[in-house]
Write a new protein. Structure first.
Length: 228
């Protein structure tokens, strides 16, 4: 079976496949991308109504990809195969974005880093604190979630951050967390926690280059704001 079996030699699925291959993905609307993605889970039938319904519900193609699996499984028309396909595409996109960041020094690749962090965190519904561990050439050694919290708080333990930095051989850190509210304005607690991590890391000669707060389409750098 071809990956996109059509309903005939000039069926809808065949035409969609040809449109993608001949004109590129930019020629497809968001609902068409999702419609074609659902072809993998539904070997026959019209997936356009379901694709449009999901985008109407979540607001965008990207938001559908980022939706929690349990929530997607409860959506009318979706099942384990279709949800697995959706989450696989999201994971692939994040892996690609992360690979592009890891190929060169992070500080010279800020735009790609910003794009990756936006993709990874901007649509998270609870606050997540991550640490980017860098080597002496400021290349990414590891990007790890240190904790998840509530919609507006994540506990952070400076000792654990520094301990992990020593384990991976990091000489510098970039702290990152998201604000599910969409507003990346740093709170007093954000500034105080950053100072605590910086002081703890400094004892071992580990630099804290920045603390980035990811909101909805916006980011705040504590270093640029003069708060680091």
């Amino acid at each position: 079976m071809p990956p996109f079996p059509s309903t005939g030699p000039h069926g809808h699925r065949g035409r969609m496949r040809d449109k993608l291959l001949e004109r590129g993905a930019d020629a497809l609307a968001d609902y068409e991308l999702l419609e074609m993605l659902l072809f993998f889970a539904f070997k026959t039938g019209d997936t356009k109504p379901l694709a449009k319904e999901l985008i109407n519900r979540y607001g965008s193609f990207a938001a559908v990809l980022a939706a929690p699996p349990r929530e997607l499984l409860e959506a009318r028309g979706l099942g384990p195969h279709s949800v697995s396909a959706i989450k696989l595409v999201q994971a692939s996109a994040l892996r690609l974005a992360k690979a592009e960041v890891m190929e060169r020094p992070v500080l010279n690749n800020w735009d790609r880093l910003s794009d990756y962090l936006t993709a990874a965190l901007a649509r998270e519904r609870v606050e997540q604190f991550r640490v980017l561990f860098l080597d002496p050439r400021n290349r990414l050694l590891a990007d790890e979630a240190q904790g998840k919290g509530t919609v507006n708080h994540t506990p952070v333990y400076p000792r654990e951050v520094v301990k992990r930095a020593l384990e991976v051989g990091a000489t510098a850190l970039i702290l990152v967390h998201n604000h599910p509210s969409g507003d990346p304005t740093p709170s007093r607690a954000d500034v105080e926690m950053t100072a605590e991590v910086k002081a703890a890391a400094g004892v071992f000669g580990i630099a804290v280059h920045d603390h980035l707060i990811v909101g909805n389409g916006r980011q705040t750098s504590l270093r640029r704001e003069g708060l680091l």
